[in-house]
Design a protein around this ligand. Structure first.
Ligand SMILES: NC(=O)C1=CN([C@@H]2O[C@H](COP(=O)(O)OP(=O)(O)OC[C@H]3O[C@@H](n4cnc5c(N)ncnc54)[C@H](O)[C@@H]3O)[C@@H](O)[C@H]2O)[C@@H](O)CC1
Ligand SMILES: Nc1ncnc2c1ncn2[C@@H]1O[C@H](COP(=O)(O)OP(=O)(O)O)[C@@H](O)[C@H]1O
Ligand SMILES: [K+]
Length: 534
């Protein structure tokens, strides 16, 4: 599990160490971690470090200091390092170290064009303009450089490897907003703890891969945004027990599809079956029942009512259109007290007063309509710019758990627990892909319901975690399916099976070896390799 904290919280955790005089040592650790990542990327991608052309974009603050110290280390290993100083002042010790390692410096204000060309012709660019102290987007010559650089490196031009120091400059460390000009990275090397701004919205898009360097901050205060890793998924994917029968494994009720949009119900059913339920009970029009049974003979289809169906969880909404019976079923599912995925058209029937067991799964457009109807006027662009804020707001207003889809999918519980999953591929942006996500989540709700004592209240954030697991499986399946060419959502159920099969094999292997699966995918530099504190 990765826990990300706001820049403000990380700075608060640093404070006692800085007061104890450990500031320079912390910076050495950060710089060493950054250097190690840069050296590895150069060796992996270019095959050489000696003679590699490295440009360090260095701002006025400590972020620039980290980047210059890392650049100095690369210079001592034979890289040709140049620092573009984006401000009239630079971290003095870091600048001195950089120069004494043979680094050349250029002042950006007098040579924006030259510096842009220098960046574009580099093997590696380190973005150390702004870190957690950055306010708003890049300004002045730094903004000009960022814009021109994006133009030069777009299309088929070969691009340097971009590594962000702590976070991409111009991104807000607390929220992931990027209201002005910002840089984007292939890899962000972040210090102390991941920053919330790397997990959501434009910040998540700009961050690229993320690596965390443990610089020894200890506990960071405040609520984390969490991200599930591979090993976390195992516990959320129940396997059948020896004593199980189909009803005890979990029955998912699906009230989706309509005469106008039957396909959504087929996709959701296929995804739920691939995720592994004891049974799918489908409720909907006869024409859709026939279609579902052609594709999935095992689904039990009827035209009946929600209160009479014996299930452990509901999924309502995909492809429901204006079908009045499906609308009634969705409303009954929402208020049944059972876990329920409320997706697509059914989101437009949501009223406040739901519980966390109801998981709303809007995309930004559907969330715009929901929030506006609930009195919080907002645009789609605002939601896309700050998805953490609006997913949390929707959870607060409705009392439900909210899964907001996107490049990084955010899930938020009404009590504030928040997750962000970014395994997805943009190939998943295709009609029908959301229906499969709803099917996966429905299946996880039904099977996990059977695995828990139904009389016991689950812990706060439980449904947000399950929703995050569904987003993760969906993203992994999307990536797998996209390897075979442009993704068709109907290919997702087979990919879901493969992903779950691989996860189960991993779980079995670690069980046999008597250890928990390794769960720190984001950390590459071992802590004991870092420079010591005083
Ligand atoms: N404090 C510490 O102990 C550690 C800090 N570290 C690094 O320090 C960074 C934070 O350092 P700072 O607090 O110096 O902050 P930054 O390095 O983010 O920069 C702040 C400076 O930039 C200026 N500035 C802010 N917004 C601007 C904008 N939009 N355009 C132009 N200039 C702007 C500010 O006036 C200030 O001079 C972290 O991101 C991390 O990289 C690491 O060295 C680890 C240890
Ligand atoms: N640019 C993107 N990158 C990664 N995943 C995306 C992107 N755009 C959409 N997705 C994912 O694709 C799915 C689309 O869902 P949705 O818009 O509800 O589709 P539909 O309703 O047509 O089935 C979501 O899981 C979303 O997170
Ligand atoms: K930066």
């Amino acid at each position: 599990m990765i826990s990300a904290y706001s820049g403000t919280a990380v700075r608060a955790a640093e404070k006692p160490l800085l007061e104890a005089g450990n500031g320079p040592a912390l910076m050495q650790r950060a710089a060493y971690g950054l250097y190690a990542a840069c050296a590895r990327e150069l060796l992996e991608r270019r095959g050489f470090l000696y003679g590699a052309r490295v440009t360090v974009l260095a701002g006025a603050g400590n972020n620039g200091g980290d980047a210059l110290f890392a650049g100095a280390r690369l210079g001592r290993r034979g890289a040709a390092v140049t620092a573009v100083l984006t401000s009239a002042v630079s971290h003095p010790q870091a600048l001195a170290a950089f120069r004494s390692a043979g680094g050349r410096t250029v002042e950006l204000s007098s040579a924006v064009e030259e510096c842009t060309r220098l960046c574009a012709a580099s093997d590696l660019v380190i973005d150390g303009i702004l870190g957690t102290g950055g306010k708003g987007g890049l300004r002045g010559p730094a903004a000009e450089l960022a814009r021109a650089f994006a133009g030069l490196t777009s299309g088929s031009n070969p691009s340097p490897v971009m590594i962000a120091c702590d976070l991409p400059s111009g991104v807000d460390a607390d929220t992931g907003r990027a209201d002005g000009v910002h840089l984007a990275a292939d890899l962000t090397v972040t210090f102390g703890a991941a920053k919330t701004g790397l997990m959501a919205g434009p910040g998540a898009v700009a961050a690229g891969r993320i690596e965390i360097i443990d610089i020894g901050l200890g506990t960071v205060p405040g609520q984390a945004v969490r991200r599930l890793e591979t090993a976390d998924l195992s516990g959320l994917l129940p396997s059948p027990r020896k004593t199980d029968q189909k009803y005890s494994r979990g029955v998912l009720g699906i009230a989706a599809g309509s005469a106008a949009y039957p396909g959504a119900a087929v996709l959701a059913t296929g995804a739920a079956l691939a995720t592994g339920v004891g049974m799918v009970r489908y409720l909907g029009p006869e024409s859709v029942c026939r279609l579902i049974n052609t594709a999935h003979p095992e689904a039990v289809c009827a035209t009946g009512n929600v209160p009479l169906a014996h299930v452990q969880a509901w999924l309502a909404g995909p492809g429901a259109g204006t079908d009045e019976d499906q609308r009634r079923r969705a409303l009954e599912a929402m208020t049944s007290g059972l876990p329920a995925v409320i997706d697509a058209d059914a989101i437009s029937y949501v009223e406040p007063g739901l519980g966390p067991q109801v998981v709303l799964t809007p995309h930004a457009g559907e969330l715009t309509a929901l929030l506006t109807r609930l009195g919080e006027t907002v645009t789609r662009e605002q939601i896309e710019g700050d998805p953490l804020r609006y997913a949390r707001r929707a959870a607060e207003l409705t009392g439900a758990t909210v899964l907001l889809k996107g490049w990084a999918t955010i899930t938020a519980s009404p009590t504030g627990e928040t997750y962000s999953q970014a395994e997805a591929t943009p190939w998943l942006a295709a009609a029908g892909s959301g229906d499969t996500l709803a099917g996966i989540l429905g299946a996880l709700l039904a099977t996990n319901r059977c695995n828990r004592d139904a009389d016991l209240e689950p812990p706060a954030g439980y449904y947000a975690e399950l929703a995050a697991a569904a987003a993760s499986i969906h993203g992994r399946a999307g990536n797998l399916a996209a390897q075979a060419g442009p993704l068709e959502p109907s290919a997702l159920p087979a990919a879901i099976r493969t992903v779950l099969g691989e996860l189960a094999a991993m779980r079995e292997a670690s069980k046999r070896a008597g250890r928990r699966p390794k769960n720190r995918e984001w950390q590459s530099v071992p802590f004991n390799a870092l420079p010591r504190l005083r």
